[in-house]
Write a protein that binds this ligand. Structure first.
Ligand code: PEP
Ligand code: MG
Length: 534
């Protein structure tokens, strides 16, 4: 038995389940040159693994269209001939696949077209599949977990996290990441207890992966290979925790009103209609942040206007009041499985969010049109992320106007009064908050990014996780400045960063006059309790 304590946590929940160790397998080719007499047998070895890959993809294609596209690439003449050619040059099959895939990927990535870049990501995926077959290893798939486990990984991509089924994945532990990195946020939305930045957990488990693990996410405690006695303690803790959850749930009938009579708006952060539906029993006012990038992550291609429209329509029909759709916020730590971003030295300061959207106008317009059309079915608000200058806000709003004009001409319904607001999550937008408040219909404070940018502390870097602190005076002063600026112009100021869901922060934010708290589902009941007590 071994206990590990983690300082920072924004999660809660008691878990005891077997470990599911998620390791990226090493597919680097180990032998380069082969002897001339090995060329033919090596070609045959490649052909055999090709047959297996194709058979596997044929089966997968029945369930999911992306594998149909993968199948075509896997069978493609250029790829197959490329590999055979490289084997003739005395490379072993692994090296030949690796080189051919590398060349094809470089060609596709260099083409300045989103569709082609998507294909580059597909090619990499197929390369992995070939190498896994040649090496005789199985590629792990988190979406296939069908028994109760705690997933332990070095790190998880947001696109991995969205695949998890909370019914089976009882907890997540990662070695990398901070409490506001997206794997953490998504787990909180899915109400999966999570602990991140757990140094050394992978090597602790490396030798023996069939272990049991207990975690108290609220206390930041992990017990590896618990004794019988420790397991009993955890069972007891679980019973007590579940009782406290039931207690707090009884407050759902009460409106979130402070002691001095201010009605606070209490909303949920969501990423798909399912999240909205799951939050309804918690008596939410609406959705203060709909992270639309999750819609993009759950697809295997850029979703079309029609596909997005259906999803947003479903979400707005479910949402009791407003549905605040944040326009696509990819980049930083959020990639798309089908789109290869160019390498950047500082992705959080790079090509992300509104910067991508203003450049890729057609893609952005498809999203705006879908949002506008969904607004015919309920109260939808549009929110732009990562804004640093009034010019960007104006450009984004102009695109909204252009889409409105098109929809009028096409006689497609939308809400003419739709509100357009922005996230305040960059230092520039704090300093210009008064100016922005004249042009935006509402503000939502994104403390996850704002904290990292104000303090110059990467939100996902575990080495400096202790410095990532939204109670730093600079962050608190920024929040106060934003609320004052918004109120001066008579607009609503909400917060959708994780700070809004931190029980210690809620009283402070109430004192500063915050109007709306939009929090992960896991934090909703707790925030309501604190509002009622203040
Ligand atoms: C934020 O930055 O606070 C925020 C809510 O957006 P995200 O966490 O998705 O970057
Ligand atoms: Mg953000």
């Amino acid at each position: 038995m071994k206990k590990i304590h983690v300082e920072k946590t924004t999660s809660r929940g008691i878990v005891a389940a077997p470990v599911y160790l998620y390791k990226d397998i090493d597919l680097t080719p180990d032998q380069n040159k082969i002897e001339p007499e090995q060329i033919e047998p090596e070609k045959q070895r490649f052909q055999r693994s090709k047959d297996k890959v194709i058979e596997e993809l044929r089966e997968l294609a029945v369930e999911n269209e992306i594998f149909g596209a993968h199948l075509e690439i896997a069978e493609d003449f250029t790829l197959v001939e490329g590999v055979l050619g490289k084997i003739s040059e005395r490379n072993n099959a692994e090296e030949a696949v690796s080189k051919t895939i590398g060349e094809l990927e470089a060609i596709f990535s260099a083409i300045d077209d989103a569709y082609m870049k998507e294909r580059a990501a597909d090619i990499c995926d197929i390369g992995k599949r070939y190498l896994a077959k040649l090496k005789g290893v199985t590629l792990p798939d988190l979406g296939n977990i069908d028994r109760e486990v705690v997933v332990v990984a070095k790190d998880l991509f947001p696109s991995d996290t969205v695949k998890l089924n909370p019914e089976y994945v009882r907890g997540i532990i990662t070695e990398e990441g901070g409490v506001t990195s997206h794997v953490s946020i998504l787990a909180n939305n899915m109400r999966i207890p999570i602990l991140v930045g757990v140094k050394g957990i992978m090597s602790e488990l490396a030798e023996n992966k069939d272990l049991y693990i207990c975690m108290d996410a609220g206390a930041g405690e992990i017990v590896i290979d618990p004794t019988e006695e420790e397991l009993n303690i955890y069972q007891e803790k679980k019973v007590q925790y579940e009782e406290s959850v039931r207690q707090i749930e009884t407050l759902r009938e009460k409106e979130p009103v402070t002691k001095d009579g201010k009605r606070i708006r209490l909303c949920v952060n969501a990423g798909n209609p399912e999240d909205v539906k799951n939050a309804l029993p918690m008596k939410i006012d609406g959705v203060g942040l709909f992270r639309s990038e999750l819609v993009y992550m759950e697809k295997d291609h850029f979703p079309t206007e029609e596909e997005q429209f259906e999803i947003y329509k479903e979400a707005v029909k479910l949402s009791p009041e407003e549905l605040t759709i944040r326009t696509l916020d990819i980049g930083g730590d959020k990639g798309l499985p089908y789109f290869k971003f160019e390498e950047e030295d500082n992705p959080f300061l790079g090509w992300r969010a509104i910067r991508i959207c203003l450049e890729k106008r057609d893609m952005f317009k498809a999203q705006i049109r879908a949002i506008l059309r969904a607004s015919a079915f309920g109260n939808v608000r549009i929110m732009f992320p990562m804004i640093v200058s009034p010019e960007e806000l104006r450009q984004a709003k102009e695109i909204v106007e252009e889409c409105k004009k098109e929809l009028r001409q096409e006689e497609k319904a939308f809400d003419e009064q739709i509100e357009t607001g922005m996230m305040i999550e960059t230092p520039a937008s704090v300093l210009l908050a008064e100016e922005f408040a004249k042009e935006a219909d509402f503000f939502s404070i994104g403390t996850n990014d704002l904290t990292q940018y104000l303090l110059a502390v990467d939100r996902g870097n575990k080495k400096i996780a202790a410095m990532y602190d939204f109670f730093h005076p600079a962050v608190l002063r920024a929040v106060e400045t934003i609320i004052k600026a918004g109120h001066k112009e008579g607009i609503m100021v909400g917060m959708c960063g994780e700070m809004a869901g931190d029980p210690k922060a809620v009283p402070l934010l109430l004192k500063m006059g915050l109007d709306e708290f939009s929090v992960s589902a896991a934090n909703l009941d707790y925030v309501r309790k604190i509002i009622l007590e203040n």
